[in-house]
Design a protein around this ligand. Structure first.
Ligand SMILES: [Mg+2]
Length: 424
């Protein structure tokens, strides 16, 4: 759920000249909440909040929940306090992903293959090659909005403009359930209505620097010379990008992309913890789940990512991609522990003391760079070749662990996922 600034003054008719407006930005409205309403029509029109658990944060809220002051990333406990009669549902990522995949394949892909997926509910589309068939970009935008609503009971907002920057800003200001066309000749005027934070890349820190220089909004930004902006930002590149943006210009092109699939597991601690053992145990449990789903789907992963959320709700992730693909918890868990220690800059003394430098609220592991096991030649790493020469103990131990984990899979297949856990 977007927290980007929206302006009442921006949501108006900017004229109908679509010349060169070949970039669409499509953003589903309150996507997780809309997906829930799609399968629970009885919740339509009610304040619905996705995210449960006393220590979780809100992942999405329906538009009906927003007047209560509910925002994404707000602790669920606070949301319950603000909206005691709201409907609170747990996050069901695999269902939202499935809906998203269907929307991309059954609607967006019908228009063009020039689709750059940004997230599960957002993409850019370059429709220049589709205009022969469709006539105008807004015809495409209207069709997409109508199809997504009819087939999936999810509404989306579409921005139509000459570049990604303006298209995204247009869809933000079209929300909810709207379309906004910004003709090329009006794009400077449109963006100059905005506060600084509306420009992607201007965060709290840069906003403050600009304001310290007397640059209060995008209009003021557009009146500053690039030389002034170099001084204000301390960076030639930022200055140039900001100068262009303040005129509504953006050189980035739509690059077809579909995010790589990943398989992950994460858990929130009942109480924030600084215990290395507690985090290690939790990461082991998550590694075990990830490994088990990889094997179930016949996949191998080369990238392992560890995610942490701290007591102040901030996130941190760190990934490592290895040459050798993995699918066993006995390999994923040690990798996750290495990532954890690097991420927190832990000294050997800290590791030995068993005390983490920060309080952890949530930890998780995910595996990506996935490939089908039967199509992936498993090449031994140089380390392993050396170990082989030293003796077969290590490879034998690994083979035994892999066999043990496959045995766990079959027990779980019979008695359920919680039936047995892997103790390393
Ligand atoms: Mg969205």
């Amino acid at each position: 759920m977007s927290t980007a600034p929206r302006l009442a003054a921006a949501k108006r008719d900017w004229g109908g000249d679509e010349t060169g407006c070949t970039v669409l930005h499509i953003d589903m409205d309150a996507f997780y909440a809309s997906c829930e309403v799609a399968r629970h029509p009885e919740f339509k029109g009610l304040p619905l909040i996705v995210g449960t658990g006393p220590r979780s944060v809100v992942s999405a809220a329906s538009y009906e929940a927003r007047p209560y002051g509910i925002n994404s990333a707000m602790p669920v406990a606070r949301a319950r306090h603000l909206c005691p009669n709201g409907i609170f549902l747990p996050v069901d990522m695999s269902y939202y992903r499935a809906v998203s995949r269907s929307i991309f394949s059954q609607v967006f892909a019908r228009v063009t293959d020039q689709v750059e997926q940004v997230s599960v509910d957002e993409c850019y589309m370059d429709v220049s090659a589709a205009l022969r068939r469709w006539g105008r970009p807004t015809n495409i935008a209207r069709w997409i909005r109508q199809r997504v609503a009819a087939l999936f009971h999810v509404t989306c907002s579409v921005g139509v403009a000459s570049n990604k920057l303006i298209a995204k800003m247009a869809s933000t200001n079209a929300k909810p359930d709207g379309m906004l066309l910004i003709p090329r000749a009006r794009q400077a005027e449109f963006i100059q209505l905005m506060p600084l934070r509306a420009i992607p890349g201007i965060g709290q820190a840069l906003e403050k620097r600009l304001k310290d220089w007397g640059i209060e909004d995008v209009a003021a930004l557009s009146r500053s010379s690039e030389a002034e902006l170099v001084q204000a930002t301390g960076s030639r590149i930022s200055a140039h990008t900001l100068a262009l943006a303040s005129q509504g210009m953006d050189k980035r092109v739509v690059t077809p992309y579909t995010p790589e699939k990943s398989i992950g597991a994460e858990r929130t601690f009942l109480e924030d913890t600084a215990s290395l053992k507690a985090v290690s145990d939790l990461l082991r449990q998550c590694s075990d789940e990830v490994a088990s789903s990889l094997r179930k789907r016949g996949l191998l992963a080369r990238t392992i990512t560890v995610k942490l959320r701290f007591d102040d709700l901030k996130y941190m992730t760190k990934s490592h991609t290895s040459r050798v693909p993995l699918h066993a918890a006995s390999a994923i868990h040690p990798e996750a522990m290495r990532l954890l220690q690097t991420m927190l800059n832990m000294t050997e003394e800290q590791v030995a003391s068993g005390e983490l430098p920060r309080l952890i609220r949530l930890a998780g592991v995910s595996a990506s760079s996935l490939s089908k096991a039967e199509e992936t030649p498993v090449q031994p790493s140089l380390d392993e070749v050396l170990q082989e020469e030293e003796g077969e103990t290590e490879s034998l131990r690994r083979a035994q662990l892999a066999t043990a984990e496959r045995a766990l899979d079959s027990i779980r297949g019979r008695y359920g996922q919680g039936a047995v856990k892997f103790g390393l």
